[in-house]
Design a protein around this ligand. Structure first.
Ligand SMILES: [Zn+2]
Length: 228
C-alpha cells in the first residue's frame, strides 16, 4: 500500500496525511494519521514497524513485535504475519519486496545515498537469510522523483552511476540527472530479481504526493507491506 497527501489531519505545509515525526509537524496530528493508517491496513495498535531512516544501508529484522523505538536503518524485513513494515518518503524510492512462498517481506528506503550504498541489495540478502529466493521475490518501486526532474551535480551523478549503473539521465533542462528507479531495477536484475514493477508517478510532478524537491518543508507518504 502507498499513501498519498489527502486523508489526514495535518495542517499546511504537511497537509494532510503526513506520517513522519521528523519533519516538524505536530506530533499529535502525526499520531492520528498513523492510527488511521493502522486501521486502514487492519492492524492492531503497535503492529507497524517504522524506521529512523538515515540514508544508509543497514537492515533490521523485525520479530514478533516491532520495537517501540524505531531502529536506525533504511530497510526492514520480517517473516511475522500481522506485522507491517513502513518506509517514509518524499522523492526517495520506497521499495517493497515479497517472497510469498517463503513468507518473507521487506521494505527499503532508497534515495541517492541508499542507491549508491546498495541498501536494496542488503535487504534482498537479509530476505534470503530468512528463506527467500531472489527469483521468487516480487518488487514494487513506489512513487519517486523521476529522471527528468531529479537534477544533481555531474560529480554526484557520476558517483551513483559508477556504484549502481543504469540511472544516469538528462533532466528536461538538459542538466545531469538521475532516475533512481532505473538504477534500482538494474541492480535488482543483477541480483536475480526479475519481477520488478515500477509505479510511474513522479513525486515532484504529482500534487497528490509529498515532494521535498518541489516543496522543501513538507510531509512524507508511506509505503507499507505486510504478510497476511
Ligand atoms: Zn518528474
Amino acid at each position: 500500500m502507498i499513501t498519498c497527501r489527502p486523508g489526514g489531519v495535518s495542517a499546511a505545509p504537511y497537509d494532510s496525511f503526513n506520517l513522519s515525526v521528523h519533519v516538524g509537524d505536530d506530533a499529535a496530528a502525526v499520531e492520528v494519521n498513523r492510527r488511521r493508517l493502522e486501521q486502514a491496513v487492519g492492524l492492531s495498535r503497535g503492529a507497524m514497524g517504522w524506521m529512523h531512516q538515515i540514508h544508509g544501508d543497514q537492515v533490521s529484522v523485525i520479530g514478533s513485535v516491532p520495537p517501540t523505538q524505531p531502529p536506525d536503518c533504511d530497510a526492514l524485513v520480517t517473516r511475522t504475519v500481522g506485522v507491517a513494515l513502513a518506509v517514509l518518503v518524499a522523492d526517495c524510492v520506497p521499495v517493497l519486496l515479497a517472497d510469498p512462498e517463503a513468507g518473507v517481506v521487506g521494505a527499503a528506503h532508497a534515495g541517492r545515498e541508499g542507491v549508491r550504498r546498495h541498501v536494496v541489495a542488503r535487504a534482498v540478502e537479509a530476505m534470503v537469510e530468512l528463506g527467500a529466493n531472489p527469483r521468487r521475490v516480487d518488487v514494487l518501486l513506489g512513487p519517486a522523483i523521476c529522471g527528468r526532474c531529479y537534477e544533481l551535480s555531474q560529480d554526484l551523478a557520476d558517483r551513483v552511476e559508477s556504484a549502481a549503473p543504469g540511472g544516469a539521465t538528462r533532466t528536461r533542462t538538459g542538466a545531469p540527472g538521475l532516475d533512481l528507479r532505473a538504477a534500482l531495477a538494474g541492480e535488482l536484475g543483477r541480483l536475480g530479481v526479475v519481477n520488478v514493477v515500477s509505479d510511474p508517478r513522479c513525486t515532484a510532478e504529482d500534487p497528490t504526493l509529498f515532494s521535498y524537491r518541489r516543496d522543501g518543508v513538507t510531509g512524507r507518504q508511506a509505503a507499507v507491506i505486510w504478510l497476511t
